[in-house]
Write a protein that binds this ligand. Structure first.
Ligand SMILES: O=C(O)CCC(=O)C(=O)O
Length: 307
């Protein structure tokens, strides 16, 4: 596994974003982007708590591993204020909130942080909030609709690890969904040898920073502190990714859900075996590519010695 840091910049124009990052599908951190908007100062955790405190929110339990399939049904419902207090007080919890549709709940928030110009598109009006306590991990996944994502941090720090979609087979992607069972914090190279070949790009987001996650990029997130962020989405740039997103939503995810219901653990084992086969094939292809090079070196050395 090779690791590098995601490039950081301080400013960006729509043209630069399109040419340097969106079209080549390259991740980038834009430092302090939110500070150019009223939300940069205004959206403290207490402000959000006071504004949305009485709203009943869906909460998901990370300890309910939901092995190999998407979290779709919340484990609990509670007043927002109750959940946010666990973050503010830094209390340990396995509960997190994701895909909280903030603008539906409080439309007045939109003017404080509208979708930045360079990221505008037909999905630009959908803003989701994500909340988590210190040390919460967001398991490695791709977003099911394969959209591009702009994730902006407003409170606390978050470590994000990204892996390009071309490594999906080597990451042991489970068929029919967008998850993998590998643990990037403790990569088990014996069980998952494909991990030796993947490249991870990482960053730590602090207050106001925005991360562009290109379409289909795998992400694994650790809440360094309790905190919250907001994401905007933009349709995938390539037709292929758009089509994959659509297939995930209308065919693969519903099929996976039905099979989970019908076969339970058996279905997961089948998917794991399929993931392993795909990874072994990808490893064999990589080795095949390396071989002619080794052969050439040995061959050249022998010819030189003979001369
Ligand atoms: O920050 C989080 O809690 C999760 C973010 C995420 O997975 C996403 O934006 O797709």
């Amino acid at each position: 596994m090779k690791t590098s840091s995601i490039q950081t910049i301080h400013d960006i124009t729509p043209k630069e974003f399109k040419n340097r990052y969106l079209v080549p599908q390259k991740p980038i951190v834009i430092k302090g982007l939110a500070n150019a908007y009223p939300a940069g100062k205004k959206w403290t955790i207490d402000y959000i708590k006071d504004l949305c405190g009485s709203v009943m929110v869906d909460v998901f339990d990370n300890s309910n591993s939901n092995k190999g399939s998407a979290f779709t049904t919340p484990d609990l419902k509670m007043p927002f204020v109750e959940y946010v207090n666990t973050i503010i007080e830094n209390k340990p919890t396995t509960l997190r909130m994701f895909l909280f549709n903030m603008f539906k709940c409080k439309p007045e928030l939109r003017k404080d942080f509208p979708c930045p110009d360079f990221f505008k598109g037909i999905l630009g009006r959908i803003g989701y909030m994500f909340f988590g306590a210190k040390d919460i991990k967001v398991r490695i996944h791709q977003d099911i609709d394969m959209s591009n994502v702009l994730l902006t941090q407003f409170y606390g720090r978050k470590k994000v690890m990204l892996i390009a979609p071309e490594y999906s087979d080597l990451l042991y992607r489970l068929p029919f969904n967008t998850h993998s069972l590998i643990d990037l914090d403790n990569p088990d190279y014996e069980k998952y040898p494909g991990l030796k070949y993947i490249e991870v790009q990482e960053c730590i987001l602090e207050h106001g920073d925005s991360l562009f996650m290109p379409s289909g990029f795998w992400h694994y997130i650790t809440y360094v502190d309790g905190g919250f962020s907001v994401s905007y989405r933009k349709l995938a740039h390539s037709l292929n990714a758009k089509l994959n997103g659509l297939l995930n939503l209308v065919i693969y995810m519903p099929y996976d859900k039905v099979m989970n219901k019908l076969q339970g653990e058996k279905w997961i084992i089948k998917k794991e075996l399929m993931a392993e086969e795909r990874a072994n094939l990808a490893i064999a292809k990589l080795k095949e590519k390396e071989q002619p090079l080794e052969f050439n070196i040995i061959h050249t050395e022998k010819t030189t010695l003979a001369a």
